[in-house]
Structure formats: structure tokens, C-alpha cells
Design a protein around this ligand. Structure first.
Ligand SMILES: NCc1[nH]cc(CCC(=O)O)c1CC(=O)O
Length: 313
């Protein structure tokens, strides 16, 4: 059922202005327009977009990409914010809610290189670009010889730095590359068994003010329940670990019928600086039908991580 919104109140989507953010906002715009809503975009630049020279984990983390958008929602200049869930902090600020989670794109990480077809082909000591602590520690677990160098910026910037020869290869989310029509740049995708994705990777969420029940009802048809349950479980692992982007943490759910299997990995945040990271892995599965059950599964996996030596923030 499509809950009507008064036509006088056209919907405004607050969005960052990177190509990926715009694609995602336009995607939601098109889905809502197809349901008869009038929708416009409000482009904005966030702190996370401005600070490109330092690792995000050092300058304040995920929230940097969403704060300005939330201010626009708060002030009523916009109604919705579309986010890559991977960038959304585990706890939304008071007064905001996730109205829905949409169907997931490919959650896996991608290996991108002008010269080499896969991680296996990289020569000893090759330079791999990523600023993600998760990717760094998982890469080091696979190939301790590699030199991991920081890489920030939006997708186009990262690909340009690769093409300029600053790196032998880089690792990016397959989802972003596919959305921007850059799938041809993917030389290999990492199976989750070798490089476990981040919680929420590849999934989009729509944030609204929690007092806007009318919007939450209007957005309900865009929800994809299996994705929502999966990312709720993944995000519960992060929440229970006090996860932020300064903690190497991976959580990935997959369905086997009505059973959700949840895998997670934790790395010591101090590990990369020492050139060696102890990795703790955990896995559990359960039949899941509700968000509460999904979150309980995530908490159980986090408890296993801690029992295995992981230390929460
Ligand atoms: N951290 C930036 C970011 N946030 C979401 C995506 C990709 C799209 C997605 O996961 O939905 C990316 C780029 C990347 O990690 O390569």
C-alpha cells in the first residue's frame, strides 16, 4: 500500500555530492517518483568529503558523512537522507530513525589493478591502497608481505590515484563500482571467506526524523526485509563491540533458507602500526524472522569474538 503524502509537500532528499552519493539519491528519487511522489535533491558537502588527507579513523569517523545531512533534516530543509549503511554510525542520534533498508547490491570487496588480475598475482612487497583498517588487516592476513598505503577520496579519486601509479592495486567495495558503471575495473572479487565484508556494505538505508511517521509509512514499500534483517545482525556485531572505523571489524550475513549465518572478524586496532594483527573470527547461525532476533544473533557473535580475545571499545 502506498501511503499518500500531501502533494503540496514534495519530498526533498539531502545528499552528498560525490558521484556515488548522487547515484544513490537519484536511485531512491526514481523509486519514489515511480510511486507518484514529487522528489527533488538537495546537494551538500560534508566534513568527510572535505578532509581527504587524513585517515577517517583519525578525524572522527563515520559520522562525518552524515552529520550535515541530519542538520538539513532537523531544520526541515530536507526530508530524507540516503546512506551507504556502511557509513552510518551504529546508533543514530536522538530524533532520527532508519525508515528502511533497501535491497543489497554485491556486498563483496573488489580487487582493482591495471596490471595484476588478482591478489595472488601481486609480486612480493607490492603496494596496495586502502584506508580501511578492516581491509588492511584482512589483506595482511592473506599476504603479510604487502605494503598497505593510505588511500582516501571518492571512488573516482581513488581510481585516478591507482592509474597514476601510486599503487599496484587497490581494494574497493564492488557495490560502488557497479553502481557507477565501473564494473569493468574489477579484476577479481574477494569471496567473503577470504575477505569478510564490512557490516552493511552494499546496502542503502534511508534516514528520516523519527517524528515523521508519515514518511516512514511512505518509505515502507522500498524496504527489502531480508537485507534489513541481515544488516541488522551485522550492525549489532559492530554496536556490541563499540565498533567504529578505528576498529578493524567485519560482519557478514548470508541466508541458507530461513537461517541466517553470521560471520565476523575482529582485528586489534594497534595491530597495523606494529605490522602484525591478531585476528579473531566468530560465526553463528539461527532462524531469523524479526529485527530483534537478528540483533540477538549479532550480539551472540560479538560475545564469541570477545570470548576469543577481541576487545571492545
Ligand atoms: N567508505 C566509503 C564507501 N561507503 C560505501 C561504499 C561503497 C558502497 C556500499 O558499500 O554500499 C564506499 C566505497 C568503498 O568502500 O569502496
Amino acid at each position: 500500500m502506498n501511503t499518500p503524502i500531501p502533494s503540496s509537500s514534495a519530498l526533498v532528499i539531502a545528499t552528498r555530492e560525490s558521484r556515488l552519493a548522487l547515484w544513490q539519491a537519484e536511485h531512491v528519487q526514481a523509486l519514489l517518483q515511480a510511486r507518484g511522489h514529487a522528489v527533488s535533491l538537495l546537494g551538500m558537502t560534508t566534513k568527510g568529503d572535505q578532509i581527504l588527507d587524513r585517515s577517517l579513523s583519525k578525524v572522527g569517523g563515520k559520522g562525518l558523512f552524515v552529520k550535515e545531512l541530519e542538520v538539513a533534516l532537523e531544520e526541515g530543509r530536507a526530508h530524507l537522507a540516503v546512506h551507504s549503511l556502511k557509513d552510518v554510525p551504529m546508533e543514530l542520534p536522538e530524533g532520527f530513525a532508519l525508515a528502511c533498508v533497501m535491497e543489497r547490491e554485491d556486498p563483496r570487496d573488489a580487487f582493482v589493478s591495471p596490471r595484476y588480475a588478482s591478489l595472488r598475482e601481486l609480486p612480493q612487497g607490492a603496494v596496495v591502497g586502502t584506508s580501511s583498517l578492516r581491509r588492511q588487516v584482512l589483506l595482511q592476513a592473506l599476504r603479510p608481505d604487502l605494503r598497505i598505503e593510505p588511500l582516501r577520496g571518492n571512488l573516482d579519486t581513488r581510481l585516478r590515484k591507482l592509474d597514476e601509479g601510486q599503487y599496484d592495486a587497490i581494494v574497493l567495495a564492488a557495490a560502488g563500482l557497479k553502481r557507477l558503471g565501473l564494473e569493468a575495473r574489477i579484476r577479481a572479487v574477494f569471496e567473503p571467506s577470504e575477505m569478510l565484508p564490512a557490516a552493511g556494505q552494499g546496502a542503502l538505508g534511508i534516514e528520516v526524523r523519527s517524528d515523521r511517521q508519515d514518511l516512514i509509512a511512505a518509505l515502507a514499500p522500498l524496504a527489502h526485509q531480508p537485507t534489513w534483517l541481515t544488516v541488522a545482525a551485522e550492525r549489532a556485531v559492530s554496536r556490541a563491540m563499540g565498533g567504529s572505523c578505528s576498529m578493524p571489524l567485519a560482519a557478514h550475513g548470508t541466508w541458507q533458507g530461513a537461517t541466517l549465518r553470521l560471520d565476523a572478524a575482529w582485528g586489534d586496532p594497534e595491530g597495523p602500526a606494529r605490522g602484525h594483527t591478531a585476528l579473531v573470527r566468530a560465526q553463528a547461525q539461527a532462524p531469523i524472522a524479526t529485527l530483534a532476533e537478528a540483533e540477538a544473533l549479532g550480539e551472540a557473535v560479538a560475545a564469541q569474538l570477545r570470548a576469543g580475545g577481541a576487545v571492545g571499545a
